[in-house]
Ligand binder design. Structure first.
Ligand code: ADP
Length: 493
């Protein structure tokens, strides 16, 4: 994607986008997809966005000819660090926070290879937050001054606090991608991270006796966004507020839900290099070759007419995987197949392995992370199952619609905002795009899968549904415009 330079030269506003992961360099979930795509979409509409990300080993290894643009050796209480600068393949300027003692180690961004949270996460993401705030204040070592700092999730949640206490801090925004992850640490972290002791209180970063990175962001940021309108409403109530509902409800006039877009180049069935055969809504018959290839790859029986359910997910209760695993034996009494990709909870992984062993040829399972297989499941499955108990936005249901694979979803968060239940009325008006159920129970999930199988066997209905899915526009442009409008509102422009 080429950036119209003239637009950026005349940019009305500059935004520092601080994040703990960014695709394709480092990804554990949806935040990486957003960080990899939204800044480029914002630049397309003339916002000068630059991204700040930690220099994990995986990131540093992939940088081509980074330039050192600043030394950060005088941040009290923090180890020495530097800023490297590169331009991403999509032309987005990237600032990499290089601090080997904190970020260069074997393991994930948040956890060791054994799955334990890194014991120095407060310091690791305290530094990321601190540097975001420095770059957004007069103390910046760069000659670029953002008008606003856009933070994401708890890992950058202290930046709004640092900006608040800086004499000349820029306004800030915090985007919630998942309220369940909060970055709560012992109160000693306040002193460790050189925040004013007075900030540790209910009117500040205290959360039930802990020092909370997320609460800091929610309290001190000038505006809060979250990744779907429905989730913005849900988190103001106890059931999905994770203890933050009081604050969120109080700040509801500064809380905006903006549905995520998707990278429509990376997720394009007409040009996807991972697919056995590209296809589009005009020649959806090409999907059959992808189903066959997927069945072959996962050692499923080659059955063109047996409905194949796809799943790509973290194995957690949030994603409702426990309920799905519970009904697999019942599903296997039907002519149905399941292609599952994911990892997470060890008990759920074991349960999935046992089921795959018990139903050979019917359940294809890959425990792990595979970008390639995730594309192949989106294309090769007939329908996609995503029964999340809560879902801030969710990306896979968007990808699956783009790939003509109607999703089966629980009516929550972004799933409810992005999938229209298949009924006679929604089929008639051309909006039907999947199967939506209320009340997240194994029974309701099972009933809805049965409903989707009925529809699958009605060829005309199914073709209409798949065509509706593929016609939907989930490009980032709409979301980017909504973010720009929020930035302008925060800046009073
Ligand atoms: P979350 O961020 O809560 O895990 P999302 O649906 O918002 O869920 O985003 C998940 C992203 O991670 C999607 O791009 C999805 O395709 C991808 N993903 C999840 N698990 C895997 C996996 N095992 N292999 C490949 N991609 C995965």
């Amino acid at each position: 994607m080429s950036i119209p330079e003239r637009k950026i030269e005349m940019a009305e506003l500059g935004v520092l986008f601080a994040t703990s992961e960014i695709a394709p360099l480092i990804k554990t979930g949806g935040l990486a997809d957003v960080s990899g795509a939204l800044p480029a979409a914002l630049r397309e509409i003339g916002v000068d966005v630059r991204v700040l990300v930690p220099g994990y080993s995986q990131v540093i290894e992939q940088l081509a000819e980074p330039q050192v643009v600043a030394n950060l050796d005088d941040l009290p209480g923090f180890p020495m660090a530097r800023l490297l600068s590169v331009t991403m393949a999509n032309d987005v300027p990237l600032l990499v926070l290089d601090c080997p003692v904190l970020y260069q180690r074997e393991g994930g961004p948040y956890q060791s290879p054994e799955g334990q949270d890194w014991s120095d996460n407060a310091m690791r993401f305290g530094l990321l937050s601190k540097v975001a705030a420095v770059l957004g204040s007069g103390a910046t070592p760069l000659d670029w001054h953002p008008d606003l700092v856009h933070c994401n999730d708890w890992q950058t949640g202290l930046a709004p606090a640092y900006l608040h206490f800086a004499p000349d801090g820029a306004p800030s925004l915090i985007a919630i991608h998942n309220l369940a992850f909060q970055g709560n640490f012992p109160p000693e972290a306040v002193q460790l991270l050189h925040l004013p002791p007075s900030s540790f209180g209910i009117e500040g970063l205290e959360f039930y006796g802990k020092m909370s990175f997320l609460k800091s962001g929610l309290f001190y940021a000038d505006h809060i966004t979250t990744v779907s309108p429905n989730y913005a409403a849900e988190i103001q109530h106890e059931a999905l507020g994770f203890g933050m509902q009081g604050l969120l409800s109080k700040r509801r006039d500064s809380l905006t839900g903006i549905l995520n877009g998707i990278d429509t180049e990376e997720w394009n069935p007409a040009s996807d290099p991972y697919l056995a055969k590209p296809y589009s809504s005009a020649n959806i018959t090409g999907k059959a070759a992808n189903k066959k290839a997927l069945q072959h790859k996962l050692a499923l029986d080659i059955e063109p007419d047996v409905p194949l359910l796809g799943v790509i997910s973290r194995f957690t209760e949030q994603k409702g995987l426990d309920a799905l695993l519970e009904i697999v034996p019942l599903l296997c009494e039907l002519p149905v197949q399941l292609a599952m990709l994911g990892s997470g909870d060890p008990d759920m992984q074991n349960a999935a392995r046992e089921l795959a062993h018990r139903f050979p040829g019917r359940i294809g399972l890959h425990i792990g992370f595979s970008e390639e297989l995730s594309h192949q499941i989106e294309a090769g499955a007939d329908m996609f199952v995503m029964p999340s108990r809560f879902e801030p936005c969710g990306l896979n249901q968007l990808y699956s619609q783009r790939y003509g694979t109607p999703p089966i979803v629980h009516a929550t968060g972004g799933l409810a905002d992005s999938v229209v239940d298949c009924t006679a009325a929604s089929l008639a008006d051309g909006t039907a795009s999947g199967f939506v159920f209320n009340g997240m129970t194994a029974v309701n999930l099972y009933a809805t899968i049965l409903r989707s199988i009925d529809a699958y066997h009605d060829r005309h209905k199914w073709d209409t549904l798949c065509a509706n899915c593929m016609r939907k526009d989930f490009s980032w442009e709409t979301s980017a415009k909504a973010y720009r409008a929020v930035y302008m509102k925060v800046l009073g422009r």
